[in-house]
Design a protein around this ligand. Structure first.
Ligand SMILES: Cc1cc2nc3c(=O)[nH]c(=O)nc-3n(C[C@H](O)[C@H](O)[C@H](O)COP(=O)(O)O)c2cc1C
Length: 175
């Protein structure tokens, strides 16, 4: 089977997740096409059987180019099995899961596309990638009231085993 992995990232963590998933899909014996929605104007769905979408959330939204690609290709996506990984910091906290779910609901409304399967994935604090504004947003909005100091250094909240299990289950239902 051929799997297209379509991702949107701002500080790079979702790129790391997309590469992790690429390795897993390849190791499972499938062909993979990995596409960053910032890099391409045209996305080919030729021969593609399943699509894994992955994108991070900034100020409640997935990257503009990512959501634009999903909207533009919603018929191509609807014709295939799809899994969406929505990466955010709220997904790292039990009390943040409801809000993390809202990001996905809002994306579905904006793009008019609903994936077959979805997962809220805990992202990462990437201190070295933040300008002053980003640092303020992460500290005073996203992590407000939480015992995490983004200036203390980088931290990955992603549960890689859980991502691997979700992708494995998706490949099984699809393949
Ligand atoms: C400026 C900024 C705004 C963010 N806004 C949100 C947000 O609204 N909700 C949330 O849960 N996480 C938010 N995050 C956290 C990111 O989703 C998280 O760091 C994710 O891992 C980023 O992935 P990326 O490196 O692939 O872009 C924000 C991060 C930054 C830097």
């Amino acid at each position: 089977m051929k799997v297209l992995i379509l991702y949107g990232t701002v500080e790079g963590h979702t790129g790391k997740i997309a590469n992790f998933v690429t390795d897993q899909v390849r190791e499972a014996g499938h062909e993979v096409a990995l596409v960053d929605t910032d890099d391409v104007a045209q996305i080919s769905f030729e021969g593609v059987d399943a699509v894994i979408l992955a994108a991070s959330v900034h100020q409640r939204r997935h990257p503009k180019n990512f959501e634009a690609s999903v909207s533009a290709h919603r018929e191509d996506l609807r014709a295939r099995k799809t899994l969406m990984l929505s990466v955010s910091l709220n997904a790292a906290f039990p009390e943040g899961l409801e809000e993390a779910g809202e990001y996905l609901t809002e994306m579905k409304m904006r793009t008019n596309f609903t994936p077959d399967h979805e997962m809220l994935v805990a992202g990462a604090v990437r201190t070295g990638h933040y300008d002053y504004f980003a640092m303020q947003v992460v500290r005073h909005v996203v992590l407000r009231g939480r015992d995490v100091d983004p200036e203390a250094g980088e931290h990955e909240f992603t549960d890689w085993d859980a991502v691997g299990a979700q992708v494995g289950a998706f490949l099984e239902t699809t393949g």
